[in-house]
Ligand binder design. Structure first.
Ligand SMILES: Nc1ncnc2c1ncn2[C@@H]1O[C@H](COP(=O)(O)OP(=O)(O)OP(=O)(O)O)[C@@H](O)[C@H]1O
Length: 247
């Protein structure tokens, strides 16, 4: 696959936040899924959200995406400019790649749908697959279509829930090339993953969440340093960190 050109991306240290949230709380009945999480994401920044099963990662992203409302706290974001890439591709198998994009563009009432569909196809290197039915796509291509749908509204922030879990290493590499290109062009990217080396490899900043609480925010190296695990494999450092924090 041809890699997209990567332009120098905004410096995430100095860039302006494009999305921020203050003390988000979300409860499901008596269960507190998020217990007061705050964050700020800047243009061109790649942020990984990692944590054990049930930590609240998907809940956090769904609030940031505006799919659910927090019980407490506030979100400040670019209205209508947050792209959402859910874990499973919610595409229509019997429609082609292009038809799926046209349908979602219509459902989301995006401006200039024809141009946006063309741009989303190009951004995800799907032009040659445009006429193929979605049900005939490989897992990697289906996930690229899922991403293309998330890009239709030309979002300045893209939220992805475990985007590469089901992909083989080559498709994963392709997918990260696309995301790196988008970050290079200034899109802020927030993703959850259980493949924690993807946090180490690609994220500028890592958020560690467990039991609905934000336990750490910083670079992958700083997470390892926080538990004296420099030089250890990042996954081992992460497990050591969780253990040290009682998880
Ligand atoms: N719709 C819901 N109704 C009730 N409880 C929910 C709902 N969604 C999530 N929860 C609960 O909220 C908590 C956080 O769930 P969430 O899916 O956000 O975690 P996660 O970190 O994404 O987990 P995983 O890594 O397993 O995907 C869990 O205890 C989960 O069971």
């Amino acid at each position: 696959m041809e890699r997209p050109a990567v332009s120098p991306r905004p410096d995430p240290v100095t860039a302006t936040p494009v999305l921020s949230a203050r003390t988000l709380v979300k409860r499901y009945g008596s269960r507190t899924a998020l217990a007061g999480v705050s964050l700020a994401v800047k243009a061109g920044e790649l942020v990984a959200v990692i944590g054990p099963n049930g930590a609240g990662k998907t809940t956090l992203l769904s609030l940031l995406a505006g799919l659910a409302a927090p019980d407490e706290g506030e979100i400040f974001g670019p209205a209508g400019k947050v792209g959402w890439v859910p874990q499973g591709a919610a595409v229509y198998g019997r429609l082609t790649v292009r038809e799926n994009l046209e349908l979602f563009a219509q459902l989301e009432a995006v401006d200039d749908p024809e141009r946006r569909v063309a741009e989303a196809l190009a951004a995800c290197a799907l032009e040659e697959r445009a006429a193929q039915r979605a049900e005939a796509l490989s897992g990697g291509l289906k996930q690229r279509l899922n991403l293309a749908i998330g890009l239709l509204a030309d979002p300045s922030v893209l939220l992805l829930d475990e985007p590469t879990t089901a992909l083989d290493p080559r498709q994963r590499d392709n997918f990260w090339s696309i995301l790196s290109g988008l970050a290079g062009a200034g899109t802020a990217i927030v993703y959850t993953t259980h493949l924690v080396h993807e946090a180490e490899q690609y994220a500028d900043r890592v958020l560690v969440i467990a039991d609905g609480e934000l336990l750490f925010e910083g670079s992958p190296g700083a997470l390892a340093a926080a538990v004296g695990a420099q030089g250890l494999d990042f996954e081992q450092a992460f497990v050591r960190f969780l253990h040290a924090r009682g998880h």
